[in-house]
Design a protein around this ligand. Sequence first.
Ligand code: AHR
Length: 312
Amino acid sequence: SATVLAACFLSPVNAADLTVGFSQIGSESGWRAAETTLTKQQAEKRGIDLKFADAQQKQENQIKALRSFIAQGVDAILVAPVVATGWDEVLQEAKDAEIPVILLDRTVDSKDDLYMTAVTSDLVHEGNVAGKWLVDTVAGKPCNVVELQGTTGSSPAIDRKKGFEEALAGKDNLKIIRSQTGDFTRTKGKEVMESFLKAEDGGKNICALYAHNDDMAVGAIQAIKEAGLKPGTDILVVSIDAVPDIFQAMAAGEANATVELTPNMAGPAFDALEAFRKDGTLPKKWIQTESKLYTQADDPKKVYEEKKGLGY
Ligand code: AHR
């Protein structure tokens, strides 16, 4: 029960006395770098001693980091899980050591009694919003879509694909003709887009790009330009994150839409942790962040200015 779970974690103390381990995936994207910056800022603001570990995209490094945090006896652990599977054992070890774990921005396949809460967006919904935008924008015209997926096996790659496909279901004018991972990076996004363009008559057969994050979209935009086509016009571009760079591309007419994901996942995570430490209040199992669609109608130049400096 909730009371038993609360009792087996720790007694109330001030945030200032908290030591929290944070296992970050790496720095594959602008969004990820901003999440790291904001987590460090949030910890500093609250007087939390943050132990930071960069896993360089490897789950084995994350598991090692978690075990080291457990051995050090930290008060809580934040983890942004690179992939969705393979966490049961280490999460059980944290639970046995009575250390609450909070998932940041990605989900896992483990049972939810192995962690305290997850701070994430609705990842399926994000894909759905991107898909609906495309359905409405092409308004019944035939459109071949290429998809750049995120890291294979990660919850955002799985869910954003699912949500997008759901939005396109039954729309015979829209067809996903190619779909491949670009690993959430700019470099791979460009590389894979180059291969899509080559395979599809220099890009003439492609009407739209759906990228699971903005960084891959930015890389792909470069590839589209180098192929002599106009991104945003010849090939529509829709992606996810809403980082400043995509607003720059939108302002230049080279990208069309993005779905916002806040990089401040640590704020709600620390709030939950502090409330729990104060009086044992357990958070909901899912603390959901917002997903807002931005298009050309939102004055991308202005949004770029607003976004800059917010941890990016
Ligand atoms: O898990 C969130 C995703 O991971 C972001 O959309 C992406 O940019 C990051 O690398």
